[in-house]
Write a protein that binds this ligand. Structure first.
Ligand code: SF4
Length: 323
C-alpha cells in the first residue's frame, strides 16, 4: 500500500490551505496567541497570563505539552484506515473527569512542552509515516498553540486533514478561530445532566456548552463525508461513552442529535467504559463497574428509535459482544 497521504493522492485540499494562502491564517494565529495573555481559551475563563507561562485548571502555560504522538490504530475505521490516524496527545485538560482513562496525562500532565516548530515537526513526521490525518486529542486548552504551529507545518508540506478530537468543552471564540481550519470535528458528548457533569467532570455548565459547541461544529463542517476508500474527509463525528447508570443521558443525547443535527449525523456509541482515575470501591462507587450488556442494548434501541441511522458499525458490533 502506498504511503503517500490520501489527501494528496485524491487531489483533495484540506480546509486550511485556502486560509493560509489568503493570509487569514496568519491573522488568526496573531489573535490566538494574544488571547493567551488573559486566558479565556476555554469556558473556564481563568484569565491567567499564559504568555508569562502562568497556568490554571488545564495546567498548561505558554507551550502545549505533548505526552505522545503516533499512528493510532484504535480510532474509528474511517480515521485509522490502513496506516493509522496521526494522533498527537496533549497533556493537561480543562475538564476534571474523575474516571479519566488517561489520568496520568490529563491530571498529572506528564509530557514535554513543545514550541510551535516542534509541534509542526510532529505533524510532518506523522504525515511522512503515511497517516491519513492529524488527530489532535484533548486540544481545547491549546487551540492557540495548534494554530501557531500550523503555518510552519504547511510551509513544510502538511496536506493532511485535521481532526479536532474534543470533549466539546470549548469556547465559541476557539471555534471561530478554527472555522475553515478543522476538517473533521470529533466531539465526545459526555453529559446531558448538569448534576452528573458537576459530579464527574467538575463542570456543571458542560451540557449547555456542549450543545452550543456541537451545533457550531456542525454548522462549520456538516455531515461526515467519507471518500471512496471509506476515509473521513470532512464533517462531524460525535462520540458518546455509555456510562454505568447513565442511560437516561444517552437517550436525551441521541434524541437531541437526531432532532437538532439530523438523523444522518455520524455517531459512535461507545461501550468501553471501565473504572479508572479516582473511581474506586470507596469513591464514586456507583460508577465503579463496566456497563451491563443490557445498558448497551438499551442505548442502541434509544439511538434507533430517535432515528439515528449512521452509528459506527465496529462499535455497535463490539457492544453487542458485551457479556
Ligand atoms: S485554557 Fe486553561 S487557563 Fe485558559 S481558560 Fe481554559 S482552563 Fe483556564
Amino acid at each position: 500500500m502506498s504511503t503517500i497521504p490520501q489527501t494528496a493522492q485524491a487531489g483533495v485540499q484540506p480546509a486550511y490551505l485556502g486560509l493560509f494562502e489568503s493570509g487569514e491564517l496568519r491573522h488568526r494565529v496573531e489573535e490566538a496567541v494574544v488571547s493567551l495573555e488573559t486566558c479565556r481559551v476555554c469556558p473556564r475563563d481563568c484569565g491567567v497570563d499564559r504568555l508569562a507561562d502562568k497556568f490554571a485548571v488545564c495546567k498548561t502555560g505558554r507551550y502545549a505539552i505533548v505526552s505522545s504522538y503516533f499512528a493510532h490504530f484504535g480510532e474509528e475505521d474511517c480515521l485509522r484506515g490502513w496506516n493509522g490516524s496521526g494522533t498527537i496527545f496533549f497533556s493537561g485538560c480543562n475538564l476534571r473527569c474523575v474516571f479519566c482513562q488517561n489520568y496520568d496525562i490529563s491530571w498529572e500532565v506528564q509530557g514535554l512542552a513543545v514550541p510551535p516548530e516542534k509541534l509542526a515537526k510532529m505533524m510532518l513526521d506523522l504525515q511522512r509515516r503515511g497517516c491519513h490525518n492529524i488527530n489532535f486529542v484533548t486540544p481545547e486548552h491549546v487551540v492557540p498553540q495548534i494554530l501557531e504551529a500550523l503555518p510552519i507545518a504547511i510551509q513544510g508540506g502538511l496536506r493532511l486533514p485535521l481532526v479536532y478530537n474534543t470533549s466539546a468543552y470549548d469556547s465559541m471564540e476557539s471555534l471561530r478561530l478554527l472555522d475553515g481550519v478543522v476538517d473533521i470535528y470529533m466531539p465526545d458528548f459526555k453529559w446531558w445532566d448538569r448534576e452528573m457533569a458537576r459530579m464527574y467532570s467538575k463542570a456543571p455548565d458542560y451540557p449547555e456548552v456542549a450543545r452550543r459547541t456541537i451545533k457550531e461544529m456542525n454548522r462549520q463542517v456538516g455531515t461526515l463525508i467519507l471518500d471512496e476508500n471509506g476515509l473521513a474527509r470532512r464533517g462531524l463525528l460525535i462520540r458518546h461513552l455509555v456510562m454505568p447508570g447513565g442511560i437516561a443521558s444517552t437517550k436525551a443525547i441521541c434524541e437531541w442529535i437526531a432532532r437538532e443535527l439530523g438523523p444522518d449525523t455520524y455517531v459512535d456509541l461507545m461501550p468501553q467504559y471501565y473504572p479508572a482515575g479516582k473511581v474506586s470501591a470507596t469513591q464514586y462507587s456507583e460508577i465503579n463497574r463496566r456497563i451491563f450488556p443490557q445498558e448497551y442494548h438499551e442505548a442502541l434501541d434509544f439511538a434507533y428509535v430517535a432515528g439515528l441511522r449512521r452509528l459506527d458499525p465496529r462499535e455497535v458490533a463490539r457492544g453487542k459482544r458485551l457479556v
